[in-house]
Ligand binder design. Structure first.
Ligand SMILES: NC(=O)c1ccc[n+]([C@@H]2O[C@H](COP(=O)([O-])OP(=O)(O)OC[C@H]3O[C@@H](n4cnc5c(N)ncnc54)[C@H](O)[C@@H]3O)[C@@H](O)[C@H]2O)c1
Length: 354
């Protein structure tokens, strides 16, 4: 399956928004390695730390730094590039920042999605659009059953609400405009917390752990007993690539919402994950933070049967293999000073052969 997918992307014109981000960098490198013509969009990245620059993607693909809320500039770029496939990932993706900066969170995540779809509506070359939202877009119920795609949208915090808005925008654009033309599929994809090398975001578990261990500080855990369906970043990206191909070939059949989560038995609490990281790294101390200021769902699980049945996609790595891949990436690049591009490229290869 993956071999066919990789072949399909050769020479295809792909727009990736959020290219300079964590998931975007992995996706751009993957697409570039399989011969796609990639155009990236990002915004004010930290050029010293950012994975995109560590992988030298700025030299490998075309990329513009533009705010997705800037309709005029965005339109010019998209109309000139004329993508065939779009992965819209640009977002303010952090729950805590959603509380401190709700307006930016809402406008980037919802108006950004609106702008992309509005511009693509009049583009007759585009055949496949994948809008990346989140498992947080569902109305919370703290159930351990796992959300299915038909469950209600909602969210208790601005980030989650903004992703639910993006879902509604994508669905209405599909129903009202794209579906009638029958030549472009629009899907939304809901993945959970992803881990992997090269993520340096604030307030994310793995980057926080690596930063603490690497500077001999104690790891502080916000919610040690919260369960999360951890998965390696390559798992949902593999799903997005399979889905975008299917949308391209059969837009009506594959448009809609898709969950890309982990297997049920890989849902693991924060504490177990951190203990494993410390074990693989070989050192590290941890302590618990007394009170968490912000609301976060205690259990978040996705039912992934739809993607398994209809796309023949399934997660490849166990939770511990995912943690291993991730910690090895940081160890190889930070301690052994290996080239991040080679480490990342080899992990993609290893993942595909898994
Ligand atoms: N990382 C996760 O665990 C996770 C989980 C669920 C969903 N997601 C979603 O996946 C996508 C990618 O997340 P990530 O982890 O790579 O985040 P990231 O912060 O690493 O990357 C975000 C990207 O969006 C760009 N961006 C931010 N504001 C922008 C703006 N105003 N205009 C243009 N570009 C802008 C950034 O420059 C960056 O390229 C997001 O949509 C996020 O909500 C991520």
């Amino acid at each position: 399956m993956e071999k066919m997918v990789n072949k399909f992307y050769k020479n295809k014109k792909i727009l990736v928004t959020g290219a300079t981000g964590f998931k975007g960098s992995w996706l751009c490198l993957w697409l570039n390695e399989i011969g796609a013509k990639v155009y990236g969009i990002g915004f004010s990245p930290n050029k010293n730390k950012n994975l995109f620059y560590k992988l030298k993607l700025n030299k490998k693909i075309k990329c513009s730094l533009v705010d997705v809320r800037n309709f005029k500039k965005l339109k010019k770029i998209i109309q000139t590039f004329k993508p065939e496939i779009v992965f819209h990932m640009a977002a303010q993706p952090l729950i805590i920042k959603g509380y401190t900066d709700p307006v930016d969170t809402y406008t980037i995540n919802s108006v950004g999605t609106l702008n992309i779809l509005e511009i693509l509506r009049s583009n007759n070359k585009v055949k496949s659009i994948v809008c990346v939202t989140s498992d947080k877009c569902y109305k919370s119920n703290n159930s351990i059953k796992g959300f299915v795609e038909e469950d209600s949208l909602g969210g208790e915090d601005p980030y989650s609400g903004s992703k639910a808005c993006a879902e509604i925008i994508a669905n209405t654009y599909n129903q009202s405009f794209f579906k009638n033309k029958k030549r472009c599929g629009v899907a939304t994809v809901r993945a959970g917390n992803v881990i992997g090398g090269g993520d340096w975001s604030e307030n994310r578990l793995i980057p926080d752990c690596i930063k603490s261990i690497n500077s001999n500080k104690t790891i502080v855990l916000r919610n040690p007993y919260f369960n999360r369906p951890w998965q390696h970043v390559l798992e949902p990206l593999n799903g997005y690539l399979i889905l975008a191909k299917k949308l391209y070939e059969n837009p009506l059949k594959f448009s809609g919402a898709w969950n890309f989560g982990s297997e049920k038995n890989t849902v693991t609490d924060v504490l177990t994950v951190v203990k494993k990281i410390i074990k693989i790294w070989g050192r590290g101390k941890l302590k618990f933070k007394k009170k968490n200021k912000y609301y976060e769902q205690k259990n978040l699980q996705l039912n992934i049967n739809k993607a398994k049945k209809k796309l023949s996609w399934r997660p490849k790595l166990t939770i511990f293999e995912s943690i291993h891949f991730t910690v090895e990436w940081y160890k190889k690049t930070l301690i052994d000073k290996k080239n991040p591009y080679l480490v990342t490229k080899n992990q993609i290869k290893e993942f595909l052969n898994h």
